[in-house]
Design a protein around this ligand. Structure first.
Ligand code: ATP
Ligand code: MG
Length: 383
């Protein structure tokens, strides 16, 4: 049901198949040996089938049972617990958008459509089930989902939803950082990052996923877009992507800004700001521990890529994060519109043999060493 039926009808290969049933989590758990019940707010069953994980949800009924202890909302109307079982039809009314409320029944081989989902797929429009003002208050993440689906499917967003995004988008600040990190990954690591970012920006929602100044200056915007574009390109080429790289890149302009002193990078400030900037982002979207070292490595390596004295370039090249740091250097150069002198130097240095490596270092003039921060790469960024 849901996303996979929608995607198949739109000619897209679904990334997973969500299953919904009238069996309760406990009943499902009994039938499938290798399964477990997850979640509290929203109980689901994970069934493990060879290397695959299948998520199974039980049909839920909606809000007509407000007094029941299993559906609990907070003061803003956000649902915090929701485990009242219901029928398929009732379940459809709890889905976010009509196009996501299609159920393919394997025994009748028919699609159950109680909310005009098929019609809206044909009309290429995202329409809310129920009043979006109310539905987006219940769960503000639906704003992000509307934006993501509209780009993924190339669908328009219904006017009432647009208004709800403007009116209720600010409620995203109440969503847990763990959930927003998941959304961050879904929205920026799906091959549509650039488009998604621009749409988020047009609704003013970008700041709920990435900490930035309300007024994005041109350089900040350029770095972000180049990094997102780079991620999209890698995904289209079946190359690996990590949220770590993207976070390092998206927060980079803040690090430069925080380390600025008299038109130069102040190293003391630089090192001190790294943890603070990560901590502040962490308040919005959790950043799993394993990425912290990676992000800081990329940042520290930016300095090392600039200083190419003596044996330093050999050491830098051997660093396990060299490749990521070099890729990021290229992103920075593109974003600042500066000549790619330093990037080209490293491109040559890594691909050539020892003799050429040696001469590349020798060719660097004394003058370049002194001016390395200002002259190559950082100068545009420090403006
Ligand atoms: P994709 O997997 O491509 O991101 P999807 O539509 O399958 O898209 P999931 O997050 O896998 O999205 O959710 C499966 C289904 O559960 C959705 O199609 C939708 O019907 C419902 N759903 C998910 N999140 C919400 C939500 N926040 N509010 C209401 N319904 C939701
Ligand atoms: Mg899905």
């Amino acid at each position: 049901m849901g996303g996979c039926v929608r995607d198949l009808l739109c000619g897209i290969v679904p990334k997973d198949f969500d299953i919904a049933t009238d069996a309760t989590p406990e009943q499902i758990r009994k039938i499938f040996k290798s399964s477990r019940i997850i979640g509290k707010r929203f109980k689901l069953v994970h069934i493990f089938n060879r290397s695959e994980l299948i998520e199974v949800a039980t049909f839920r009924s909606g809000e007509n049972i407000l007094n029941d202890g299993d559906l609990i909302k907070d003061h803003s109307g956000k649902i915090i617990r929701d485990n009242i079982w219901g029928t398929l039809e009732e379940d459809t009314f709890r889905r976010d958008f009509t196009i996501n409320a299609l159920y393919y029944c394997p025994s009748t081989q028919k699609i159950e459509d109680h909310n005009n989902g098929m019609k809206h797929i044909h009309e290429k429009i995202i329409v809310s089930i129920g009043d979006p003002q109310k539905r987006f208050s219940e769960d503000p993440v639906r704003s992000l989902r509307a934006i993501r689906f509209s780009n993924k499917l190339n669908f328009k967003i219904d006017k009432a939803i647009k208004e709800a995004i403007y009116d209720k988008g600010h409620l995203l600040s109440s969503i847990s950082n763990a959930r927003l990190f998941d959304e961050f990954c879904k929205i920026f690591l799906n091959g549509m990052a650039e488009k998604n970012f621009n749409k988020l920006l047009s609704f003013g929602l970008n700041r709920y996923l990435v900490r930035t100044d309300p007024e994005l200056n041109e350089y900040t915007y350029n770095v972000m877009i180049e990094a997102l574009r780079n991620t999209d390109k890698r995904l289209h080429n079946d190359q690996s992507v990590t949220p770590g790289f993207l976070i390092a890149a998206l927060l980079w302009p803040q690090l430069v800004e925080a380390s600025k002193q008299k038109g130069e990078i102040n190293l003391r400030k630089y090192f001190r700001s790294m943890d603070r900037i990560l901590r502040e982002q962490q308040k919005i979207t959790a950043i799993p521990r394993k990425f912290h070292g990676y992000i800081k490595d990329i940042w520290v390596l930016q300095l090392k890529l600039h200083s190419r004295i003596g044996k330093q370039p050999y050491k830098t090249l051997k660093h396990p994060r060299f490749r990521a740091a070099y890729d990021f250097l290229l992103v920075r150069e593109k974003a600042s519109g500066e000549s790619s002198y330093l990037g080209n130097w490293w491109t040559n240095f890594q691909k050539n043999d020892n003799n050429i490596k040696k001469s590349l270092i020798e060719k660097l003039h004394e003058k370049n060493k002194e001016e390395s921060f200002k002259k190559f790469g950082f100068s545009e960024e420090l403006r």
